[in-house]
Design a protein around this ligand. Structure first.
Ligand code: APR
Ligand code: PHB
Length: 391
C-alpha cells in the first residue's frame, strides 16, 4: 500500500491528525492494533480545553459533543473543608472547558473518518518501521496474520506510551526526562447524579480527591491511593466512605452514592522525550510525553502536537518547504514543558506527599489560600486549565 502519511495509532492524536490532513487534501492511512470496539469503549479522562472544542467544531466533528458534553466555566478547589471557585469565564475572557469522555471523542472521530472514506486499519498487529532516514519509510505490519507493507512519505508516531514508534528512534538520539509520583489514582464511574455542577479538586489530610462527571446521571470520581493499590481491598462501600470524608465541608456537603460500574487504579508520571522528530518520523501525544492527570491535559496536548504537524505537512505538500516540519519538535516542546509544569504544579498543590513535614503541609495550604484569594494567582490557574494560547 502507498500513502502520503502513515499514522500509527487511532487515539486522539492519530485520529485528529487524519482529519486535519483530509481537510488539507493530504492522504493518510491509520494503523490501529486494537479493534474498533476496544478503542471506542476504553474509559479514559474527559476534559477538553476551549481550543480542542473549537477545533473539533471547526472540523465539523463537534455536533454530538455540543449536544451531550457539559460546558464548564469554572472549577472548585476544596481544602480545610471549604470550597473556593475559580471563575474561568471572568479570568480568561470567556473561555471554559468541555466535559466529554475521551472514548466518546474517539467514537465521533472514527465514525466521521470512515463515513467520509478515510482508511483506518484495525487489528493491524506487529507494526514496525523501516527506512526512517530514507525519503520513503515503510511500515510493516500483519493483518489477520498476513504480512502487509505501507509505503509513505512521513510517519506519525501516535501509538501512545507503550507503542513502537518512540523506540524506533536510536537511543543515543533520544533524551528522556521523567518523574514518577509516589501515589496513584483510584478512579470510579458510578450511576450517581454528580453532587456538584462543576469539578471539585480536593486537598485533604487523608489525600487528594476529585469529583468529576460524565452526565447528569453518571459521576466520575478519583481518590489518591498507593501506586500499586490492591483494588480488592476497596469494596465500593469503602470507596464511598473515603470520598465522603475527603470531600466533606463545614456546611455538610455529601456525595450522592450509587452503583459503581467501573473502577481502576492509574499510576502518576511526568515523562518527556526530546527530540519529537527523527528523520521522517514525528512523535505526537503520549508516545512523546505523559502528564499526571491532575491538570486534565493528556488529550489536549496530543491535539496541540498534531495541529503543528498538520501545518508542517500542509506547507510541505503545498510548496515543498520543510521549515515548519524542521521546527516541529522545538515548537511542540515549548508547549509540552509549559503543560508539564502546570500538571506537576497542580499535582504538588493538591496531593499528600508521605514525606511532607508539618511545615510542608502548612505551606501547601497557604499556597491554596493564595491561589484562591489572589486574582493574579487564580488567573494563572484558569488560563492554564482552559488551555494556553496555541503558537
Ligand atoms: N501499532 C498500532 N497501534 C498501536 C500500537 C502499535 N504498535 N501501540 C499502540 N497503538 C494504539 C493504541 O491501541 C491506541 O489506540 O495507539 C493508540 C494510542 O492512543 P493513546 O494512548 O490514546 O495516545 P494519544 O493519541 O497520544 O492520546 C493521548 O490519550 O491515553 C490518553 O491520557 C492520554 O489523554 C491522553 C491521550
Ligand atoms: C475526568 O473527568 O476523568 C477527569 C477530570 C479532571 C482531571 C482528570 C480526569 O484532572
Amino acid at each position: 500500500m502507498k500513502t502520503q502519511v502513515g499514522i500509527i495509532g487511532a487515539g486522539p492524536a492519530g485520529l485528529v491528525l487524519s482529519h486535519l490532513l483530509r481537510r488539507a487534501g493530504i492522504e493518510s492511512v491509520v494503523l490501529e492494533s486494537q479493534t474498533r470496539q476496544y478503542i471506542e469503549e476504553r474509559v479514559r479522562a474527559g476534559v477538553l480545553e476551549q481550543g480542542t472544542v473549537d477545533l473539533l467544531n471547526e472540523l465539523g466533528l463537534g455536533q454530538r459533543m455540543m449536544r451531550q458534553g457539559l460546558m464548564h466555566y469554572g472549577v472548585e478547589l476544596r481544602f480545610s473543608e471549604r470550597g473556593h471557585r475559580i471563575d474561568f469565564k471572568n479570568l480568561t475572557g470567556g473561555k471554559g472547558v468541555m466535559i466529554y469522555a475521551q472514548h466518546e471523542v474517539i467514537k465521533d472521530l472514527v465514525g466521521a473518518r470512515l463515513s467520509d472514506g478515510g482508511q483506518i486499519i484495525f487489528e493491524a498487529r506487529d507494526a514496525n518501521i523501516h527506512g526512517l532516514d530514507d525519503e520513503k519509510p515503510v511500515i510493516r505490519f500483519t493483518q489477520s496474520g498476513s504480512p502487509q507493507e505501507l509505503h509513505c512519505d512521513f510517519i506519525a508516531g501516535c501509538d501512545g506510551f507503550h507503542g513502537v514508534c518512540r523506540n524506533s528512534i536510536p537511543s543515543d538520539v533520544l533524551r528522556v526526562y521523567e518523574r514518577d509520583y509516589p501515589f496513584g489514582w483510584l478512579g470510579i464511574l458510578a450511576e450517581a447524579p454528580p453532587a456538584s455542577h462543576e469539578l471539585i479538586y480536593a486537598n485533604h489530610e487523608r489525600g487528594f480527591a476529585l469529583l468529576s462527571m460524565r452526565s447528569p446521571k453518571i459521576s466520575r470520581l478519583y481518590l489518591q491511593c498507593k501506586p500499586d493499590e490492591d483494588l480488592d481491598a476497596w469494596p465500593d462501600s469503602r470507596i464511598w466512605e473515603e470520598l465522603q470524608k475527603r470531600l466533606a465541608t463545614r456546611d455538610g456537603f455529601t456525595l450522592s452514592e450509587g452503583p459503581v460500574i467501573q473502577k481502576g487504579v492509574t499510576g502518576m508520571r511526568s515523562f518527556v522525550v526530546e527530540p519529537m522528530q527523527f528523520g521522517h518520523l514525528f512523535l505526537a501525544g503520549d508516545s512523546a510525553h505523559i502528564v499526571p492527570p491532575t491538570g486534565a491535559k493528556g488529550l489536549n496536548l496530543a491535539v496541540a502536537d498534531v495541529r503543528v504537524l498538520a501545518a508542517g505537512l500542509k506547507e510541505f505538500y503545498a510548496n515543498g518547504k520543510r521549515e515548519l516540519l524542521q521546527r516541529y519538535s522545538e515548537i511542540c516542546l515549548r508547549r509540552v514543558w509549559k503543560v508539564q509544569r502546570f500538571s506537576w504544579w497542580m499535582t504538588s498543590l493538591l496531593h499528600k506527599f508521605a514525606d511532607d513535614s508539618e511545615f510542608d503541609r502548612r505551606r501547601q495550604l497557604a499556597e491554596l489560600d493564595y491561589v484562591t484569594s489572589s486574582r493574579a494567582a487564580s488567573t494563572t490557574l484558569a488560563e492554564n486549565y482552559v488551555g494556553l494560547p496555541l503558537e
